[in-house]
Design a protein around this ligand. Structure first.
Ligand code: ATP
Ligand code: MG
Ligand code: MG
Ligand code: MG
Length: 564
């Protein structure tokens, strides 16, 4: 079936100038090329060409997920509160969660990620070890009320994600599901043409242990990572790679300020200490429970959780600050990890670097931090992790070569969650020996819409977008550069290319100069540009490679042979 799209009938309005609010290359170009339009901060419409690219990314993701035996489903985005209360995330997720009420006043949320709902689904559907392992996925709209929804499609408040969830009866099974995902992700990003690094990551708000991120190096990226040009070492600077031992100068136990906290704080004394009303919603206070540190938010809804929390309050309550205190100060951050793992305490600022400031840790959520933490009281530092390489050229912990720092976009993330969610929902299946087995779980995400922008970031040049063929909105962009004769030839060639199975975009617009058409073709970024111009009368066209700019005059037959 011929797939020929005429520009004369396509809704695409290109812009010569960058939108005033755009900072990143992908934001500028996707708007200028008429792929997307902004409706509100972090909320975007996909126009015809953009939708094609988005669908192409989704198709690649779908094919590779299907190839590892994952089954596609579609769960709702509008979700009831209760399952998220069961895991504590209704509160823990904080301000990023879109919460709303129905006409009866019942609470709902717009799903930011779906661990709870998938766990419930599997509890409903799977009863025996014979039903597992299972991998389920969806490609769906996600909602997160991002604090800084700039960067266009890269950080939306509504965006497309492929999220998948694996359910296994054994730890080995989980490791295998994780491996399958890791390999599928490598294939996905290779097919998309996205250069990427796999780095170990903190598990953030998800909880759980093993976790890796797929980072696409790009100037617009909001993540900083370090990599070694000589070996395979790479790490997110927020995460860690073990450097071993304590810092030579013993600074991990440097001077810290003791807080005058009550011995057994109640919610009231705690609130007073923090200088907030007792009804306030506080997040990510670091609290010690039975000698073990847990990061706990104090929810505003006192009836539900405060009582529970109160039982657990110990003296080690600390003050909370936000990530903004750190913006632009990567030098403040050095990594340490306590025995309880990275999901609980992410990092400490080094008091040597910030004299006079109290120690700061990350909490169990991205972008939140706790201040006035007392090492030894609040947790033990059992390893010193030199995670943030402040300078290019610091020695690689693996091979000693000079490390490099770079910016990157997080395009995928894989987690071995373990039993955090299955415990919350008591998801057991009947084991081989007739006894119930607690299921273990993984969760895995690809930013489908973000991948479009990340690809734009990595591939665009000063003329515009420049898509790899598999993702491009068309295989070939035919330009009628002239009058009736050229348009006739352009349409004729387009028809033939379409019949040969190619996706063709043909610029048959009347009254638009060849110069404008050429500029638009380069801006739109289809990989091959075929021009019916000057020598159309002789049946000669020009084929131009969008990326290299190389051009060649060919007969129509030669051009067809070349392209099909
Ligand atoms: P980030 O660190 O950029 O905020 P995240 O770690 O919060 O991302 P995950 O919870 O790991 O995101 O979600 C899985 C994937 O979804 C991410 O790897 C990313 O590709 C994508 N994603 C997350 N947030 C957004 C967003 N606001 N807009 C577009 N894509 C997003
Ligand atoms: Mg996030
Ligand atoms: Mg992240
Ligand atoms: Mg992530």
């Amino acid at each position: 079936m011929a797939q020929v799209q005429r520009m004369s009938r396509l809704m695409v309005k290109t812009l010569r100038d960058d939108p005033a609010d755009a900072e990143t290359l992908s934001h500028k170009l996707l708007v200028r090329a008429g792929y997307v339009r902004r409706n509100a901060a972090g909320i975007w419409s996909w126009l015809p060409l953009g939708k094609k690219v988005l669908e192409n990314v989704a198709r690649v993701v779908r094919e590779e997920m299907d190839a590892i035996g994952a089954q596609e489903v579609l769960l709702p985005a509008l979700l009831p509160k209760e399952p998220y209360e069961a895991t504590g995330r209704w509160d823990e997720y904080g301000a990023e969660l879109f919460r709303l009420q129905d006409r009866k006043g019942a609470d709902y949320l717009l799903g930011p990620t779906h661990e709870e709902i998938f766990t419930q689904l599997v509890k409903d559907q799977c009863t025996s070890y014979k039903d597992l392992p299972v991998i389920l996925y969806q490609i769906q709209t996600k909602y997160r009320d991002e604090a800084r929804p700039r960067s266009g499609i890269l950080r939306g408040r509504e965006f497309q994600m492929k999220d998948s969830y694996s359910f296994d009866t054994t730890d080995e099974g989980l490791a295998e599901s994780y491996r399958l995902h890791r390999e599928a992700y490598v294939r996905i990003f290779e097919r998309l043409g996205l250069r990427h690094k796999i780095v170990s990551a903190v598990s953030g708000a998800m909880g759980g242990s093993a976790s890796e991120e797929f980072l696409a190096p790009a100037a617009a990226g909001e993540d900083t990572f370090v990599y070694c040009p000589s070996c395979d070492y790479a790490a997110n600077t927020e995460a860690v790679t073990f450097a071993g031992g304590e810092p030579a100068d013993g600074s991990a136990h440097g001077p810290v300020e003791e807080l005058d906290t009550p011995d057994t704080p109640t919610i009231e004394t705690l609130a007073e200490h923090l200088g907030v009303p007792a009804s306030a919603t506080l997040k990510n206070l670091l609290v010690k429970v039975d000698g073990e540190i847990v990061a706990v938010g104090v929810p505003g809804d006192r009836e539900v959780d405060l009582g529970k929390l109160e039982d657990h309050l110990a003296p080690a309550v600390v003050e909370m600050v936000t990530a903004d205190d750190f913006t632009g100060r990567p030098d403040l951050v050095r990594g340490y990890v306590g025995p309880q793992g990275l999901d609980k305490v992410r990092y400490l600022a080094d008091p040597r670097v910030a004299p006079g400031t109290a120690w700061v840790t990350g909490a169990n959520k991205p972008d939140t931090h706790a201040r006035n933490v007392v090492v030894g009281r609040d947790f033990e530092v059992d390893r010193y992790l030199d995670v943030v390489v402040v300078e290019d050229g610091d020695p690689c912990p693996q091979c000693g070569a000079g490390l490099r720092l770079d910016r990157a976009i997080e395009i995928g993330h894989i987690f071995q969650l373990g039993r955090k969610y299955t415990d919350a929902f008591q998801l057991d299946v009947l084991g081989q020996n007739g006894k119930p087995v607690r299921v273990t779980m993984g969760s895995y995400g690809v930013g489908v819409s973000r991948a479009v922008a990340a690809l734009a970031e990595q591939t665009a040049d000063d003329k515009g977008l420049c898509w790899p063929r598999e993702i491009a909105p068309a295989d070939v962009h035919v330009v009628a550069a002239g009058k009736a004769l050229q348009t006739e030839l352009a349409l004729e060639v387009s028809e033939k290319l379409g019949e040969a199975g190619l996706r063709v975009l043909v610029d048959d617009r009347a009254g638009v100069s060849p110069g404008v058409k050429f500029t638009d073709a380069e801006l739109l970024g289809v990989p091959q540009i075929l021009v019916a111009g000057r020598r159309s009368g002789e049946g000669v066209v020009e084929l131009k490679d969008r990326r290299t700019g190389e051009r060649e005059e060919l007969t129509v037959e030669e051009a067809l042979a070349r392209l099909t």
